[in-house]
Design a protein around this ligand. Structure first.
Ligand code: BGC
Length: 777
């Protein structure tokens, strides 16, 4: 291991205090450990100049720094002057080691740096995009993906990840739905918990864990019209019941840091919102980690209309925002590093405000064990042994397959036979660099396995595989540029659309089955990638129609970072497998599902609409005073519906097919009423009635029929993913307690109100309640 090198002054302070330091078995942020850190932190703060203090709050936008160039950039000068506390998106442990060495050896106090990164769904080994991953509904698996990510990232010098993103999202026009876990607060909360656990493992000081950063606090998923960075305006009651739960759970799980959202809340940008960052987050929820802005978020408060550079920096600091991300960048003149000193002189902030923020950042450095050994995360040996290993890749292959959702499978077209001739057609068939999906900054995109390569490897010796590109991603050259950036180029084919089609049709005609690899390229979703048209892009639609016209059976392997409007495809295409962006081993994962080596079991965590005009569309909506009821799709005047499209989605939340079929028996309840101290058992027999062993995700829903405030028509309250052999029956049981019946009322008290509750265990959110019970006082 590397030699511990810390300035003498710190060594003395730490040595006297280390004896009482205990972090291992307790919750990371318990009061006990806090008070121990407080003493150490205060001692360091007492030695710091004002510049050094403000430096700790500075997370600059540096761009890539390499060992060679780092010595000459002004970033290095700033590190030496103690004007940088944290860096992000630096790659290569050797490089990070060098930069850390500068901080430790060349700055006056030798305070080590934190190294952050967007390790969102894997590091080098990439798992499906988070929305895809959530469709596995497999919490253990999700936690394990975070564990693999943290072990790879931490070996490569990273100790802080900007994940999990837990923004509830109900509007697929917003490109960032791809980064979250869909529309449901219960499932979203469970996933938030699993991710934080996976990263932090309850021991931040270990050299193979990462500090997590829950984001984007808060409500970012509710941007108006699905346009990124747009305004959010929401009632408190909706916030508390529907949007805040996943962040709160992450805090309860001990997440070390919180990233603030770009949007406003109650008319005040989250970045400077004291109610959000202090009253709610710290006073109500007890969070005691540090809070970081999102990229240039402080500067953006000027654009929001919150005042000049001194006003916005003071507003942020006083609200409880500790660290400034990317304010210190060449094109921005508003940053803690630039204005806090002046704001202090002007009396807009006090030294206590600065010390409070500095203390939180230093505490994180203690928690990460950086004062103990600043180089502990830079292990070339570990990096070599633990990164992108065959074992990790095998796991990614499995996770990719478990996250896919079979949307349609007419006449059991899939699983395909491993024989005959199969044509693989579409612009995404060979696009390996697109397979990891959006927000995969640390992976080697070109190494990901394309559909073509995956099929070749797994069935190439049994199946005669043919290929044609068939079309470009879109006709629109400008759009094409925007959706193939960040190293995810899909080279444009110089042939005309018709030439490409002709070739595809000729190839298709030679095959027994067509696999159409079609949909969004990966940068169609993610940040700043909102869409108003959620259809499959123009030329690809033409291609699909031409392939269908050949009369050959078509399996559509759909790539997408969001629910799409595929009403037409649902009518015409016999089999549709939603692959999302499956990660490093995409082609193998897809092959496993298409040929039945893995029986698909994923279920949607976001509703697929029929029409953009329905958005936002989600299963746990309110009833309204004029509900349409079961009109079987027919319009009814003066009811809550549309003239031109039915209310129901194309595919509801919780929906997904298997190669086998499951039959649900009648629901049984062990009693018809419970008190506040009781539990109710609800059970159902599920029989695998098909020809394959398979996994089913059984979902528990309730409806609170009468409330002091209106309640959703159904809410997910539990789920179990169970394996059932063909022909077998398994009894699935859930316990319901009063905790499951609670919600925030109009006083924002978390209560369960006595009365009737409907209950069901169902294969998706599309069902009718048949049973109920009563909660009695
Ligand atoms: C995104 C964050 C991300 C940050 C750092 C921002 O633009 O909104 O999600 O973590 O950049 O890359």
């Amino acid at each position: 291991m590397y030699k511990l090198e810390i300035k003498l002054i710190l060594t003395v302070i730490i040595a006297t205090m280390m004896s009482s330091c205990e972090t291992k078995d307790s919750k990371i942020l318990s009061d006990k450990t806090n008070s121990i850190y407080s003493e150490k932190v205060d001692s360091i703060i007492s030695l710091m100049t004002l510049d050094e203090k403000i430096g700790q709050l500075n997370l600059p936008a540096t761009g890539p720094i390499t060992t060679g160039s780092s010595k000459s950039t002004d970033v290095v000068e700033k590190i030496k002057e103690g004007k940088i506390g944290v860096l992000f998106n630096l790659k290569d442990p050797k490089n990070i080691y060098e930069v850390q060495k500068i901080a430790v050896e060349k700055s006056r106090l030798g305070i080590p740096l934190i190294f952050g990164m967007d390790v969102i769904h894997g590091f080098k080994t990439t798992f499906p995009i988070p929305l895809g991953l959530s469709c596995s509904w497999d919490l253990e698996m999700i936690e394990k993906t975070a564990k693999i990510a943290r072990s790879e990232a931490s070996a490569n010098g990273i100790n802080w990840t900007f994940s999990p993103m837990v923004d509830i999202s109900r509007d697929p026009r917003w490109g960032r739905v791809s980064e979250g876990n869909g529309e449901d607060p219960y499932l979203g909360s469970e996933i938030a918990r699993a991710m934080v656990r996976g990263y932090q493992q309850n021991d931040l000081s270990a050299n193979n864990t990462l500090m997590a950063c829950v984001k984007h606090f808060a409500l970012y998923g509710a941007v108006e019209a699905g346009r990124d960075y747009n305004t959010v305006d929401m009632s408190r009651i909706r916030m508390y019941n529907e949007y805040l739960p996943p962040y709160k759970v992450a805090i309860e799980e001990g997440v070390g840091s919180v990233m603030v959202a770009f949007n406003e809340i109650d008319g005040v940008p989250a970045t400077g919102n004291k109610w959000l960052l202090t009253d709610l987050l710290r006073d109500d929820w007890g969070f005691d980690g540090f809070v970081v802005s999102d990229y240039t978020g402080i500067y953006e408060m000027m654009e929001h209309g919150m005042g000049d550079e001194y006003m916005v920096t003071s507003l942020a600091l006083k609200a409880g925002l500790d660290m400034d991300m990317a304010g210190d960048s060449p094109h921005i003149d508003v940053a803690y590093i630039k204005q806090l000193k002046g704001a202090l002189d002007q009396g807009k902030i006090s030294m206590e405000h600065i010390d409070r923020a500095v203390g939180r950042v230093l505490k994180a450095k203690f928690q990460l064990g950086l004062f103990d050994d600043p180089y502990k995360y830079c292990s070339l040996e570990r990096a070599k042994q633990e990164t992108y290993t065959q074992k990790n890749r095998d796991y990614a292959r499995l996770v990719g397959a478990e996250s896919m959702v079979l949307l349609k499978n007419k006449n059991q077209l899939s699983p395909l036979k491993k024989s005959g001739t199969i044509s693989v057609i579409g612009p995404l068939a060979k696009a390996s660099n697109n397979m990891p999906g959006t927000w995969s900054v640390s992976t080697d995109h070109e190494k990901a396995i394309s559909v073509w390569d995956g099929l070749k490897e797994s069935v190439g010796d049994q199946v005669n595989l043919l290929y044609a590109k068939g079309s470009n991603i879109t006709k629109d050259l400008d759009l094409e540029k925007r959706v193939t950036m960040f190293g995810k180029d899909i080279p444009r084919d110089g042939r005309t659309d018709q030439q490409l089609l002709n070739e595809a049709i000729a190839v298709a005609n030679k095959s027994d089955v067509i696999i159409a690899t079609i949909g969004e390229s990966s940068e169609f979703s993610g940040e700043s990638s909102s869409r108003t048209n959620l259809k499959i892009p123009d030329v690809q639609k033409d291609l699909l129609n031409a392939l269908l016209k050949t009369g050959k059976p078509v399996v559509l392997v759909l790539f997408t970072g969001r629910p799409l409007n595929i009403v037409e495809e649902n009518k015409k295409v016999p089999a549709i497998l939603n692959a999302w962006f499956p990660g490093s081993e995409a082609g193998l994962s897809i092959s496993d599902v298409l040929f039945g080596d893995v029986n698909p079991s994923g279920k949607l965590t976001m509703t697929f609409p029929r029409n953009v005009g329905q958005l936002p569309l989600f299963y746990n909506h309110k009833n309204t005073g004029r509900p349409l009821g079961n009109s079987e799709g027919k319009f009814e005047k003066f009811k809550s519906n549309y003239l031109d499209v039915r209310n129901e989605p194309l595919y509801p939340f919780g929906y997904g097919l298997s190669y086998t079929t499951f039959k649900y028996g009648d629901l049984t309840l062990d009693k018809t009423s419970i008190t506040k101290n009781d539990e109710l058992k609800v059970s159902v027999d599920i029989t695998n009635t098909g020809d394959y062993d398979g996994k089913e995700i059984a979902q528990l829903y309730i409806r609170d029929v009468v409330g002091t405030v209106t309640r959703p028509v159904r809410e997910l309250k539990g789920f179990q993913k169970i394996f059932i052999k063909k022909g077998e029956t398994v009894t699935v049981t859930f316990n319901i307690s009063v905790e499951d019946l609670k919600f925030y009322n109009s006083n924002l008290d978390f209560v369960a109100e006595p009365g009737v509750f409907q209950v069901a265990i169902a294969p998706s959110s599309d069902f009718e309640f048949k049973k109920s019970f009563e909660l009695i006082d």
